[in-house]
Design a protein around this ligand. Structure first.
Ligand code: ATP
Ligand code: MG
Length: 168
């Protein structure tokens, strides 16, 4: 089995670090699949990643997911995302990034067990990165590398809105 990486925590930089991993892996000539969960609105990394030859898939609506009462569509889309990962894993890419999958699990869109089952099936050649805050203990346990981004300060707290080109 390849290695399992996990970036979590409440500080900024989890998705950005995932983009960095994708770029580096691609730069060494590897096949990289980048799947985003719970994201429908356009973000700055998508087109540049595609231009680098990273295979990007997005599964989400333009609306925020209601954690207490996620919609059927949210649940279906998250499952489609995991299904896409399963399907592409069979082709043994070097890296599969599952961006925000930890949040999709925390929001009850996907069961922890479903992710663990997926991780058990990944080929030797394939490494997997799980990103997102609120990572479940079972996923932390399954990972070979865990990094926690910890908020020390974020301008959001003083009312500065998300910045285009930096936050999305
Ligand atoms: P980024 O996409 O910038 O790497 P992230 O993946 O670590 O951030 P998420 O939890 O996915 O963070 O949240 C995405 C958005 O929330 C980004 O716009 C990010 O700047 C912002 N954000 C991240 N951490 C915080 C925080 N502690 N307080 C408020 N907003 C945050
Ligand atoms: Mg993120």
């Amino acid at each position: 089995m390849g290695l399992i990486y996990l970036f979590t925590g409440n500080g900024k930089g989890k998705t950005e670090a995932g983009i960095g991993m994708a770029v580096r892996a691609r730069g060494q000539g590897n096949r990289v699949v980048f799947i985003q969960f719970m994201k429908g609105l356009p973000t700055g990394e998508i087109e540049p990643l595609k231009e680098l030859g990273v295979e990007v898939y997005r599964f989400g609506t333009e609306n925020f997911v209601d954690f207490k009462n996620p919609s059927k569509e949210d649940v279906e889309l998250a499952h489609k995302g995991l299904e896409k990962a399963r399907e592409l894993a069979k082709e043994k890419p070097f890296l599969i990034v599952l961006d925000e999958i930890n949040v999709a699990v925390a929001a009850n869109l996907i069961d922890t067990e479903e992710v663990l089952d997926f991780l058990k099936t990944i080929p030797d050649e394939t490494n997997v990165l799980l990103t997102g805050r609120y990572a479940k203990k079972e996923l932390l346990d399954a990972a070979d590398l865990v990094t926690e981004m910890k908020e020390i300060k974020h301008y959001f707290k003083k009312g500065v809105p998300a910045k285009e080109g930096i936050d999305y």
